[in-house]
Design a protein around this ligand. Sequence first.
Ligand code: GCB
Length: 623
Amino acid sequence: MKQSSTRMSASAAISICWGIKLVAILVLIVASHAALAAPAEKQVVLTGADRRAATSLNGDWASIVDPYFSGLYSFHHEEKTNGWFLNQKPKPGDSFPIEYDFAKAPKLKVPGDWNTQRDSLFYYEGPMWYERDFTYQPKQHTRTFLHVGAANYRSWFWVNGKKVCEHEGGYTAFNCDITSAVQSGANFVVAAVDNTRREDNVPTLETDWWNYGGLTREISLIELPEQFIDQYDLHLSRTEDSLIEGWVHVTDAQPGTKVEVEIPELAAKTSAIVAENGRAAIHFSVKGLERWSPETPKLYQVTLRSGSDSIEDQMGFRTVEVRGTQILLNGKPVFLRGIAIHAEAPYRTGRAYSDKDAETLLGWAKELGCNYVRLAHYPHDETMLRAADHMGLLVWSENPVYWALQFDNPKVFAKAEQQLDEEIGTLRNHASIILWSMANETPNTAARTQFIETLASHARELDSSRLITAALLVRADGHTKIVDDPLGKALDVIGVNEYIGWYEQHPETADVTDWRIDYQKPVIVSEFGGDAKAGLHGGENDRWTEEYQANIYRHQLGMLNRIQQLRGMSPWILMDFRSPNRPLQGIQDEFNRKGLISDQGQKKQAFYVLQKAYKEKTVGKPE
Ligand code: GCB
C-alpha cells in the first residue's frame, strides 16, 4: 500500500508538473496570440495629408528579415525591452551579444513591397524590420507626425528607440505623433512590418491577390501647429443649388475657434466657429460654380484656415444620388462605363504607388472609353484618386471586407470599421469617389448581414453625400439569375458579380440568361470576365485564348443590355495581376489573367470589344 501510494503520489506529482507546464505553455500561446491579435490603437487620420508641406522619408531603408519576430518578442513571447527598435551597434567588448546591425543590413526601397525587390522575399510572409536615419529640427509649438501611406499588414514604429505607434490594416494611411520622440539633429526611425495572414484579419486568410508586404506607400514627416485641421468635408448640397456644405474639424481647438474656407477663383469666402465637438459647420453659396463631371473635371483651389494652420486643397464639386433605379450625377442620369482595377504596378508588377502608375492605369481606362473605375478590393493610394479627379473618372472605393471574414467576431468588426474610418477620413474630398463599397462576395449568413449593415450605417454617418454599395453573389435557378441577397436592403446601389462563360457554363449561356432582381435599385455588374494569356490565339471555344475572352465579352454585353435597371459595369479586370491561386504553368504563372491588358501592357482582343461598345455607347442606356 505504502509503496503504491508513494508511486501514486510520484505519478500524481509528474502529472501535476506536466499540468503546470501545459498551463504555462497555453498561457504563453494565448498571451502571444493576444499580443498579435489585439486590434492596434487608432491613429490620427488626416484629410488632404498629401497637400501638406512634408519632408520625404522615401528612399533606401535598411532591412532585416525576422521570420520568428525575435527582434520584438523574447522566447517567452513577451515584447522585449531591448528589441531591435533600439538600433544598437555590435562593438568589441560588448557584455551582451548584439545580434543585428542595421548599418550592415541590405536596403529596401520605400515606397515598395519587399516581394518584388528581392528574389528571396518573393513568397515571404512575416515580420520585416526597417530602419532609416534622418536629421530634423523640431520647432516650438508644433507637432510632428510620421505619415505612413500604407504598411501591409500590421506595423510598429519607434523613433530614437521610443515607441510611437502601432497600426493594423494594409491599405490605409495613418499618422503617428512623434513629437515627444523626435529631437534636434540626428534621429532614426525603426519600423517592424508583418504581413502574416491571420483568420481574424481584414482581409482574412484567403484572397485572390498577392499579399505584398512592407512599407508599400510613401512615408514623410508632416509638421503641424498644436491646433490643426485634421479632417474636413466640403461638398455640394443635393437640395440647394450652389450651396457648399460640410464641416472642418480642428484638433484640440477650444469651442469658439474660428475657421475660414475660401475658393479664390469663385471669390467665395466664409467663416465659422468650432463647436463642442471640434467641428465648425460650413454652409456657403457660391456663384458661377462649374460642376465637376467626367466631361468637365473642373477642380478649384480651396483654402482652409484656422489659427496658424492652413491647407490648400484641390477639389471638385458635384452631387450624386439615387432616384428609383437611376443614378443621378449633378441631377442627370448617368451610366457607369467602367473597369475594375487592382493596385498592381503596370510593367514592373508589385504594389502600385506612384503618380506614373496611376496615370498609366487610369490612362488605359480612359482609352477604353470609361467614365468610371472600380478600385478593388481595398482603398487605393491617394495618387489614384488625385489622378481620377483630374482625368474625370468616377470611382468605386472599397473596404477590404472580402469573402468569408469572421463575421461573428467583434474584434474583426472593429478592424473593418477602423479601415473604413481611415478610408473615408483620408479620401472624403475627392469628387471622383461616388460609391463607398462595403464588401465583396460575402456569404449570405445572418452574422454577415448584420456586420455589413452596421458598417453601412457607419459609412452613412461618416459621409451622407455619397452612395453605399457592395459586390454581391448571385443565385441561379436554371437560366435565371436571382439577386435577392438580404444585404441588398442596406445598399443604395446593388453590385453583382457573375462569371457566365468562365466559372459557369459557356459564353453563349449569357444569351439565354434572364435576371430577377428583387430590389428596385440601380444595379452595377461589378465583375464578369475570363482569363486569356496575351498572345495566345485559338478558336472562340478554346479557353485561355484571347478569342475565348473576347467571346465572353461579346455575349455578356448582349445580356447586360437586357437588364432593365443596369446602371453600370466594371468587368474584371483592366490588367493582369499577381495571385498565388493561379499556378497554371505557361499560362497563368501566378497571374490572374482576366486582364484586358497584360502586366506588360499588351492589349488583348477583349479590350477592343469593350472599347467599341463604350465608345459607340452600344452598352447601357443613353444618358
Ligand atoms: C471574383 C473576385 C475577384 C477574383 C475574381 C476571379 O469573384 O471578386 O477578387 O479575382 O473573381 O478572377 O476569380
